[in-house]
Design a protein around this ligand. Structure first.
Ligand code: ZN
Length: 327
């Protein structure tokens, strides 16, 4: 590397700077180049890297979804029980939690979806493109659970204005007549009025069900082996420190050997490989997550692709090479 003739230092710099933007082969060539003494590196590098970058046919991962009627029934019953428990717990603190405009349904719905998603995962009721059963169950039960929360507010008696003998619907009517009050930043108060309060409750119900569905869906749509009827095994590679953008492009293109670019980077890349331990010939579902920066300015480059199983050694090689710069 250091033995380059002193008359062409600029062309050396360019040959490294340009390819890192548009083509990856030159970057890979940087690894074997160190072992080969530099004389014919210029002409041989091109052909060498053509062989070095292996291309695999890839496609985006899409969960199929599925399950037996028994599993979906189990999920439905479980979702109702989880909802009842959560309603009870939250109705005890409802006077407090309802004060925060739109925050309550997001927290409540996500928490509900987390529990139901855990259950769905455990009993192997899957959501995906081919089955809407999980989504339908969680969305319906999410709406019901929100209603149950309002009922718990009435029943358990945290409603301070509750009148003796008042029915649930009478209590809702009274509360809507009084109107939901939004507390502004500078102590200002806005009363939504009768209709506005009902609309607000409907929106809260939809947000609760929406967040519940979103979270539960993410927990039940991972790679799955239909033959063995089990979730795929998960293996984590990384986090690595290499260029997250170059890595992302190569990953999506099906070129894992071009993903890792030597050199320090503050980017963080994680790779998760899913496969079935008893079906080693099956395709691999591989998730790529590269992050640049942190906090509010963080940019994420993510992709979820299906690779042929022959690609596994290429990913294990990244673990071996880039593993040295873990962090
Ligand atoms: Zn299998």
């Amino acid at each position: 590397m250091g033995n380059t003739p002193p008359n062409k230092p600029d062309s050396e710099v360019y040959s490294f700077a340009d390819p890192s933007i548009e083509s990856k082969p030159m970057d890979i060539e940087a690894i074997p180049e160190e072992t080969k003494a530099g004389s014919e590196a210029g002409s041989e590098a091109g052909s060498e890297s053509d062989i070095g970058v292996t291309h695999f046919p890839v496609e985006p991962f899409i969960a199929k979804g599925g399950g037996t009627p028994g599993r979906f029934l189990g999920l439905l019953i479980g979702a109702l029980i989880i909802g009842a428990v959560l309603d009870y717990v939250f109705s005890l603190v409802s006077g407090f939690s309802m004060r925060f405009f739109l925050l309550f349904p997001i927290v409540f719905g996500s928490l509900y979806g987390w529990f139901v998603g855990k259950l769905g995962h455990a009993i192997r009721a899957r959501s995906g493109a081919g089955s809407t059963a999980v989504v339908a169950i969680v969305f319906m039960c999410g709406m019901l659970t929100y209603s149950g929360f309002q009922f718990g507010y009435y029943l358990i008696g945290t409603d301070p204005d509750l009148k003796p003998g008042e029915s649930f619907f009478e209590s809702l009517d009274r509360r809507a007549t009084k109107g939901y009050i939004i507390h502004g930043k500078r102590g200002s108060k806005t009363n939504l009025g009768y209709t506005g309060t009902w609309i607000y409750w409907m929106i809260e119900m939809m947000i609760t069900a929406g967040f519940a569905t979103y979270v539960a869906r993410s927990k039940t749509s991972g790679p799955y082996c239909e033959v063995c009827d089990r979730w795929n095994r998960k293996r984590y590679f990384g986090p690595f420190r290499f260029d997250a953008v170059v890595g992302h492009k190569a990953f999506v293109a099906g070129e894992p050997t071009a993903m890792f670019v030597p050199g320090a980077s503050d980017h963080k890349v994680k790779i998760t490989v899913y496969d079935c331990p008893t079906c080693p010939e099956d395709p691999l579902a591989i998730q790529y997550t590269g992050t640049i920066g942190s906090g509010k300015t963080m940019i994420t480059h993510a992709a979820f692709m299906v690779y042929p199983h022959e690609a596994l050694p290429a990913f294990e090689a990244i673990e071996m090479i880039a593993g040295q710069v873990k962090g």
